[in-house]
Design a protein around this ligand. Structure first.
Ligand SMILES: *Cc1c(COP(=O)(O)O)cnc(C)c1O
Length: 493
C-alpha cells in the first residue's frame, strides 16, 4: 500500500511513502497528512472464506491484503495483544439488543475505551520500527481522557519510545485521571495542567512550534512522532472490526452474506468513522455510515448541508467529552479520497483562513450518499442511557448518542450496528446521574451507586485504581511545561 499527501507535494518531502514511513512521521506537505493512494477491494468470496475466522485471523488476512511494509511476524505480535482483552477468543463481542439493533463493543481492552483497539498494536509496531532504525522517539499527547490512558498503557516500558501526556486537571473523570497518574514505567511522564482541554492542546501546540524545544530534542537525538488519529498507523487498526462485526452478524444468522447493514458511530475526530469509510470502499456491504454528534455538531452540519463551519462556534463541554471536537482531523482524508489533493488543499486553506468552507452540490451529494448524521443533546443522551438500562444494558454517554441516530425512520427496517466506544465505568458520574438521578459525585461513589442499581460488581481493573500509588503527582502552570518535559527527557536519556 502506497501513501500520498492529502494537500499535494511541496518538493521538499517525499510525495509517496510506505506505511512504515507514514507511521513514523505522519505530517505531510502544506500541513497535510498521509493517506492511501488506492484501496484494494475484497469480494464476497473473501468474506465467506473468513466466516469462521477468529478476530486475529481475519485482521491478519486483511492486513496482508492491504500489503503494508511491516514484517508479518511483527504484525502477528501486534495482533497477539488482543489476547489481553477480556475474552481472548472474542475481543470484540457483537451484542444483540433487539431484532434490528446490535452493538459492537470495542472497549474490552486494558483501558476500557475503543482507543485500545488501535493503540495496543500500534505501540508495538512503532517501538519495533524505532528499534530497527536505532532512533529514539517522543510521543507528545494532550488528552481529554481516553487517548492518554491508552497511549501510556501501550508504550509502558517499550524500547526507544518516550511518552509525555498532558491532561487538564479537573477536566477528565476521576477514573481517567487515575488510569494516567498511576501508570508507572520509566519512559512515561504524565503532567496535569491548570486549565481545560483547550489549554492542554494549546500548550502542546506552542511546544511543537518552540524553536528552543526543537533544538534541545535535536541535541538529545530524539525525533517526534504522533499517536493521535492523524497517524495512519492508528487508522489501519480501525478498519478491521467493521469486517468482524459484519461477519459476526452473518454467523449469528441475523443477515445473509451480501446483505447491507447500517453503521452508527459516535464521532469526534472522525478516526473511527474513517475506518468504516475505508471498509465500505473496500467492498464491505455497508449501506450508510451514520455519524452521531453531541452539541458540537459540526460533523452533522457538514454531512447534512455540505458546509464545514467553525466561524460561529465555541466548543461546548458535554457529557460525551471525547466528542467535544470542532476540527475533526480525519475529514481531510475523505475529502482527499473523493475530490483529490488540489481540492483538499483549497478547502483546508479556506477552513484555516475563513473558519469555513462550503462543498458544491455535486460534492455534497457524494458525501450524503455515503454518510448520514444527527446530533444528540446531553438530555437526550441521558434518556437513552435510562432506556437501555431499563432493558438491562449499560451504555456509556458517547455510545448513547447513536441511539438517537438509530431512530431515524429510514433505518427502522434495517440491521443497525452501533459502535460502542467506552465502558460505562469511565463516565460513572454521568451514568449515576442518568440512572439514579444523583447530583454529580465522585467516581468512586458513582461507580458503587450504578453497580448497585445494576446488581453487578464494579469491574476489578477500575475498582483497584483507587488504591494504586500515584506515580505522577505533578500539576503545573502552562509556562512550566517545556521545562518539565526537558527535565524528564534529560534524566531518562
Ligand atoms: C475517541 C472517542 C470517540 C471519538 O472517536 P473519533 O475516532 O475521534 O471520532 C468516541 N467515544 C469515545 C469514548 C472515545 O474515546
Amino acid at each position: 500500500m502506497i501513501f500520498t499527501e492529502t494537500r499535494g507535494n511541496d518538493q521538499a518531502r517525499p510525495a509517496q511513502v510506505g506505511f512504515a514511513a507514514a507511521l513514523l512521521s505522519p505530517i505531510a506537505s502544506f500541513g497535510g497528512i498521509y493517506s492511501p493512494e488506492s484501496m484494494p477491494g475484497v469480494d464476497l468470496d473473501f468474506l465467506e472464506h473468513h466466516l469462521a475466522s477468529s478476530y486475529k485471523q481475519l485482521a491478519m488476512a486483511l492486513l496482508l491484503h492491504l500489503d503494508i511494509d511491516i514484517d508479518p511476524s511483527i504484525l502477528q505480535q501486534a495482533l497477539d495483544l488482543y489476547d489481553r482483552f477480556d475474552d481472548a477468543g472474542d475481543p470484540v463481542p457483537v451484542v444483540k439488543l433487539d431484532d434490528r439493533l446490535f452493538v459492537s463493543e470495542l472497549y474490552h481492552g486494558p483501558t476500557r475505551a475503543f482507543k485500545d483497539m488501535a493503540l495496543q498494536p500500534f505501540g508495538l509496531i512503532l517501538s519495533t520500527l524505532a528499534q530497527q532504525q536505532q532512533q529514539q522517539y517522543l510521543i507528545l499527547t494532550a488528552t481529554s481522557g481516553d487517548t492518554g490512558p491508552a497511549a501510556l498503557e501501550t508504550f509502558r516500558n517499550r524500547a526507544n519510545i518516550r511518552v509525555v501526556c498532558l491532561y487538564p486537571q479537573g477536566g477528565t473523570s476521576d477514573v481517567q485521571r487515575l488510569q494516567m497518574v498511576t501508570e508507572d514505567g520509566g519512559n512515561l511522564k504524565v503532567i496535569g495542567i491548570h486549565g481545560n482541554f483547550d489549554d492542554a492542546q494549546a500548550a502542546l501546540k506552542s511546544l511543537l512550534s518552540s524553536a528552543s524545544f526543537k533544538q534541545r530534542l535535536d541535541e538529545l537525538n530524539i525525533a517526534l512522532s504522533a499517536a493521535n488519529s492523524v497517524n495512519f498507523g492508528r487508522i489501519i487498526f480501525q478498519m478491521l472490526y467493521q469486517f468482524h462485526g459484519y461477519l459476526a452478524l452473518v454467523r449469528q444468522g441475523e443477515i445473509k452474506l451480501g446483505d447491507e447493514i447500517i453503521l452508527h458511530i459516535p464521532s469526534g475526530n472522525f478516526g473511527n468513522a474513517l475506518g468504516a469509510y475505508y471498509a465500505k470502499r473496500m467492498g464491505l456491504p455497508i449501506a450508510k455510515i451514520v455519524i452521531a454528534s453531541n452539541a458540537n455538531n459540526v460533523l452533522t452540519e457538514w454531512i447534512k448541508q455540505g458546509s464545514y463551519d467553525l466561524s460561529k462556534r465555541d466548543l461546548i463541554a458535554t457529557t460525551s467529552p471525547a466528542m467535544d471536537i470542532l476540527k475533526s482531523s480525519n475529514v481531510e482524508r475523505v475529502l482527499f479520497d473523493l475530490f483529490g489533493a488540489e481540492r483538499t488543499r483549497e478547502l483546508m486553506r479556506q477552513l484555516d483562513e475563513d473558519g469555513r468552507y462550503q462543498l458544491d452540490a455535486a460534492e455534497h451529494a457524494q458525501i450524503s450518499d455515503i454518510f448520514a448524521a444527527d446530533d444528540c443533546s446531553d438530555e437526550e443522551g441521558s434518556e437513552y442511557i435510562r432506556q437501555a438500562f431499563s432493558k438491562g444494558y449499560l451504555v456509556d454517554p458517547h455510545t448513547a448518542t447513536c441511539f438517537k441516530t438509530c431512530l431515524a425512520a429510514e433505518f427502522s427496517d434495517r440491521v443497525n450496528l452501533i459502535y460502542s466506544t467506552a465502558e460505562w465505568t469511565k463516565f460513572a458520574s454521568v451514568m449515576d446521574n442518568a440512572i439514579n438521578g444523583h447530583q454529580p459525585q465522585s467516581d468512586e461513589a458513582a461507580l458503587s451507586a450504578v453497580a448497585a442499581s445494576a446488581g453487578i460488581k464494579v469491574p476489578r481493573a477500575i475498582a483497584d485504581l483507587f488504591a494504586k500509588p500515584i506515580a505522577h503527582p505533578l500539576v503545573v502552570a502552562k509556562q512550566d511545561i517545556e521545562n518539565e518535559i526537558l527535565k524528564f527527557l534529560e534524566s531518562s536519556n
